[in-house]
Design a protein around this ligand. Structure first.
Ligand code: ADE
Length: 232
């Protein structure tokens, strides 16, 4: 693999990666700073996309067109959709779906993009299984799961909204970028991996502790990303 693009939506998700990079050149595009350089011996482009699906898709397309990356990793946090998946645990997306895409009025199932064949976008199976193996080594205190991740331009903090997403999509985690990155990577024929550490239960519980959980979850995701880059 010659060059890996690494996207985090927030600074907390990418700052330590940037600190560890060598020979850094920064290119600004679409108001995003693309850090091009070497991380643990691998050529990488690290970028904070900003939050939400439009930022994530624009960022992914730039990684494809300008930097010609061979694979894309998205590292970050997510809300859990499954009671077995606890705060701090890791979810690796098997596939990603847009939970807020809704053309049911035209007879499409919720989540289906009209006039596209795909309902969800599959993450690369080899990248996923390597990530699972590494996660068990670097984060032995947390569980790692593989399952569907649902994305939308909504922070989910209401039990009813969460239950609807689970009912419609059967996902393991919910966040705000993965499906946009997955779709853009898929359209460009680039393998992708989505690594998400759970920061909350997506139901409004424990909001007081959210900043603490967010920092711990981002650290788990980062530990895995660093070792993954070293070994891939
Ligand atoms: N990212 C982290 N937690 C989330 C949630 N509950 N909803 C959407 N994105 C998230």
């Amino acid at each position: 693999m010659k060059c890996i693009g690494i996207i985090g939506a927030m600074e907390v998700e990418v700052s330590r990666l940037k600190e560890k990079m060598e020979n850094v050149k920064i290119t600004k595009k679409a108001s995003m700073d693309f850090y091009e350089g070497v991380l643990l011996g691998k050529k990488v482009i690290v970028v904070r996309s900003g939050i939400g699906k439009v930022n994530a898709a624009v960022c992914t397309q730039i990684l494809a067109d300008v930097f010609h990356v061979d694979a894309i990793i998205n590292t970050g946090i997510a809300g859990s959709l499954n009671k077995e998946i606890n705060i701090g645990d890791i979810v690796l997306a098997t596939d990603v779906v847009h939970h807020d895409m809704d053309a049911q009025g035209f007879g499409y199932p919720k989540g289906q993009i009209p006039q596209m064949q795909e309902f969800s976008f599959p993450a690369d199976a080899e990248l996923r299984s390597l990530a699972e193996k590494i996660c068990n080594e670097v984060n032995p205190d947390v569980q790692v799961f593989q399952g569907r991740i649902a994305s939308g331009d909504q922070f989910i903090s209401d039990k009813k909204v969460k239950d609807d997403i689970v009912h419609n999509f059967g996902g393991f985690a919910v966040e705000m970028e993965g499906a946009a990155i997955g779709q853009a990577a898929y359209l460009n024929g680039i393998p992708f991996l989505i690594i998400r550490a759970i920061s909350d239960k997506a139901d409004g519980s424990a909001t007081m502790d959210y900043p603490e959980f967010e920092a711990a979850a981002a650290a788990h995701s980062l530990n895995l990303t660093l070792e993954f880059v070293r070994r891939v």
